[in-house]
Design a protein around this ligand. Structure first.
Ligand SMILES: [Zn+2]
Length: 356
């Protein structure tokens, strides 16, 4: 009975997600007005809005104008229903199950919005992060709070640094423009000092340059050409300085993650400057925030999600021969796989390496 109930709930939630996916990127209200046919604008009756069933009964066409309805609508509904059913097989009826439903619903919305717009809305990535931390705080589920927080920072820091190195190589070691008051420069700096002096000091120093940049209106940062190459050197030399290599690496990632998520939050909620046009999105970092949010739910398994996402994205990219593919859907897919099957996948991988 429970899996069936979860399936039906998933179909209904999927129908709502269609509205979110359609309206959220345009900044339209999600609750009002009621659903209309995108072709003829006729308001849809309740009987037109039964998930999947209406689409099949109408044979994929609008009842009023006969224009085809995108198969995306029943696809999103069916996918959400299937994911909720999967969750119900792992979790009995409980608060935990409801949190997992929310986790899955947010990932579906993020994936399809990224497919449409190549953007991951802050409201949803930070929503996913907050929900993961809140669940950890209230229920110690799926992780104790401390592990959820560390997971979020480690994952965001890890991908933030990967992005930093990728950009540095793509620019052929030319220094990139530093963003005022906070941008990737502070993330890289936090990592370097986090590796040497611990995550608290690393973050504090980076926050200091953030404050100085805000006060002076000019970037007060160390150049990426310095911080990024010094970081692996610091990690390699850590043992000779009497530091533990793994602790140094953890310090670097925690500090970087703290700056990436705090900086992203600043840019997300900063009041738009008056009289100016919308700036190009500073500190893009959409995938960094998404992986950070996944880290709150998955802990270190977020890195498995990243690995699976890169793998799936590469395979699909090769198959479709597309040059530009959004990464969010693959990260979300990796996140769902790691959430339900993380341990068996990890054990299978170790066994494959001959380490199991
Ligand atoms: Zn119509």
């Amino acid at each position: 009975m429970w899996p069936l109930l979860a399936l039906v709930l998933g179909l209904v939630v999927g129908s709502f997600l269609n509205v979110v996916i359609h309206r959220l990127p345009k900044g339209e209200s999600i609750v009002f007005p009621p659903s209309r046919c995108p072709s003829c604008g006729r308001r849809l009756a309740p009987m037109d809005l039964i998930p999947v069933v209406s689409y099949l009964a109408l044979r994929g066409r609008c009842r009023y104008c006969d224009e085809p309805i995108s198969p995306r609508y029943p696809l999103v509904e069916g996918l959400t229903g299937g994911l909720f059913l999967l969750a119900a097989l792992f979790y009995p009826p409980s608060w935990e199950a409801l949190w997992v439903f929310a986790f899955l619903a947010l990932l579906v919305a993020l994936s399809f919005i990224d497919l449409d717009t190549f953007e991951l809305p802050d409201a949803l990535t930070y929503g996913l992060l907050l929900l993961g931390l809140a669940s950890a705080w209230l229920l110690s589920f799926p992780l104790p709070f401390r592990e959820a927080l560390d997971g979020a920072l480690l994952a965001a820091g890890g991908l933030g640094l990967i992005a930093g190195y990728a950009n540095l190589f793509l620019r052929r070691f030319q220094e990139g423009r530093a963003e005022v008051p906070v941008g990737p420069h502070q993330v890289h700096m936090a990592a370097l000092f986090g590796a040497l002096l611990g995550p608290g000091v690393g973050m504090a120093l980076a926050f200091l340059t953030w404050a100085l940049s805000a006060r002076t209106g000019k970037p007060v940062v160390l150049p990426d050409r310095l911080t990024l190459p010094l970081l692996p050197l610091a990690l390699l030399l850590a043992p000779t300085l009497g530091l533990d290599f793994l602790l140094s690496l953890k310090g670097a990632l925690l500090a970087a993650g703290g700056l990436a998520l705090a900086g992203g939050l600043y840019w997300a909620f900063r009041p738009a400057p008056e009289g100016e046009e919308e700036e190009p999105v500073a500190m893009g970092y959409g995938d960094v925030k998404l992986l950070g949010a996944l880290g709150a739910w998955l802990g270190p398994y977020a890195f498995l999600a990243l690995f699976l996402g890169v793998f799936a994205g590469a395979v699909v990219g090769l198959l479709l021969r597309q040059r530009k593919i959004p990464f969010g859907p693959y990260l979300a897919l990796g996140g769902v796989a790691a959430f339900f099957f993380g341990e068996p996948l990890w054990r299978a991988y170790l066994a494959w390496l001959g380490l199991g």
